[in-house]
Ligand binder design. Structure first.
Ligand code: SF4
Length: 398
């Protein structure tokens, strides 16, 4: 059998829902013809969502960045400030609640609480914040943080990761966003985030969370110099945990943004590599329900293409984002545009909940929402002129 025939049979098996090995995934990633790879991934997606396969989803959410103070100093990060730096800021609870109120006003259903590893923020800080948010806005889903924050806060408070998770869950955290996964294999992780917990520890904490009923998404940062084999190894590590827990609702890869950070260089993940990774992820992660394509870091056209390479979700209209925009991501969108993006990719747009239920299916363009206030606001703290968050004041509640 020729090498091409081998790949064809692997693609056919995966498209049909069969499991492929990490070695086969790497072969597909390296050598499968692009269109055949995308077509197999699209077939796997259609098979999985038979009956609703023409729908692609999005969510309206807000990232709320509570502090940029961070002791972990990841080399790829343009967001953080060293704790003693005069660039450190902390948002107080009133401001956080004000931003939550705007999110509700604009139809947002989810907030992503995201920040640095502040040297003083233990479990108590998150209990207080989440408790206050839930009391004021019980309808908002708190989909936030990740294993790195749990590791940090549990050390500050002197408790186990499990106790930290139980306490912040009881205070209001609904779901972990899976932040901090970056690259899970040891070599690239140490190269870009030497002070972060290991990939194994990141997964161990997510496994604890899943076991006690807190689901999450999973992420991957592509393009900082990792090898193809390390990209596939990242997927393998996630799939192995998922076989035990079933707690990862989605996999969300995004590309490195090289501005204003210590790593600099360039994004070493081309658009086609990104599409190939989306497709291989759909085929390899047979136990993860959703694959999200990123328009935020790759642009809207690539975002649209991901919907033909296995992705079923285009992420969010982010009412506020500071982290990847600090590192140079310039793409922004509004509600109308994300609906048009999905429809332009020949899918029916649907607003979803955190748990991926369809809240509104936009099956008739005549009924599309026209709320022009629902716009992504980038208010980067690293880009000159961005520190005052001026755009955040533009949104007035009716
Ligand atoms: S990525 Fe997170 S943990 Fe790393 S330096 Fe930035 S804020 Fe800190």
């Amino acid at each position: 059998m020729t090498e091409h025939a081998d790949l064809t049979s692997v693609l056919a098996r995966a498209a049909d829902g069969g499991r492929i090995t990490p070695e086969e995934a790497l072969e597909l990633y390296r050598h499968a013809p692009l269109h055949a790879l995308g077509s197999a991934a699209d077939a796997a997606r259609r098979r999985r969502y038979a009956g609703t396969e023409d729908i692609a989803t999005y969510i309206i959410e807000r990232n709320i960045n509570y502090t940029n103070s961070c002791v972990t100093a990841c080399k790829f990060c343009a967001f953080f400030a060293a704790p003693k730096s005069d660039k450190v800021w902390v948002r107080d609870l009133d401001e956080i609640l004000r931003r939550c109120a705007e999110t509700v006003e604009l139809g947002g259903t989810q907030i992503m609480f995201q920040g640095g590893h502040h040297p003083d923020f233990g479990v108590e800080y998150y209990e207080e914040s989440f408790g206050a948010i839930k009391q004021a806005f019980p309808q908002l889903v708190i989909h936030s943080l990740g294993a790195s924050e749990v590791e940090h806060m549990s050390k500050i408070s002197g408790v186990s990761a499990e106790e930290a998770i139980r306490r912040i869950h009881a205070a209001g955290l609904d779901s972990f966003a899976g932040a901090g996964a970056e690259l899970l294999p040891a070599r690239p992780r140490k190269a870009i985030a030497p002070l972060k917990e290991s990939g194994e520890r990141w997964l161990e904490i997510m496994e604890i969370a899943h076991r006690i009923g807190v689901e999450s998404t999973s992420t991957m940062l592509m393009g900082t110099g990792e090898t193809n084999a390390e990209r596939i190894e990242h997927l393998r590590m996630i799939r192995d945990v998922q076989d035990r827990t079933g707690g990862f609702r989605a996999f969300i890869p995004y590309t490195y943004q090289p501005q204003n950070n210590a790593l600099k260089g360039r994004t070493q993940a081309t658009d086609l590599e990104y599409l190939r990774l989306i497709a291989v992820a759909r085929l390899f992660l047979d136990n993860v329900a959703h694959i999200q394509g990123s328009w935020l870091t790759t642009g809207k056209e690539i975002g649209q293409l991901t919907l033909h390479y296995g992705a079923d979700d285009l992420g969010s209209v982010m009412l506020e984002e500071n982290v990847v925009s600090s590192a140079g991501a310039k793409h922004r969108s509004n509600l109308r545009e994300i609906i048009d993006m999905i429809r332009g990719a020949d899918r029916i747009p649907a607003q979803r909940a955190t748990t991926y239920e369809h809240l509104v299916v936009h099956d008739d363009p005549a009924n599309d929402p026209v709320d022009e206030r629902v716009v992504s606001h980038f208010s980067s703290t690293a880009i000159e002129g961005g520190t005052a968050h001026p755009e955040l004041k533009l949104v007035e509640a009716n």
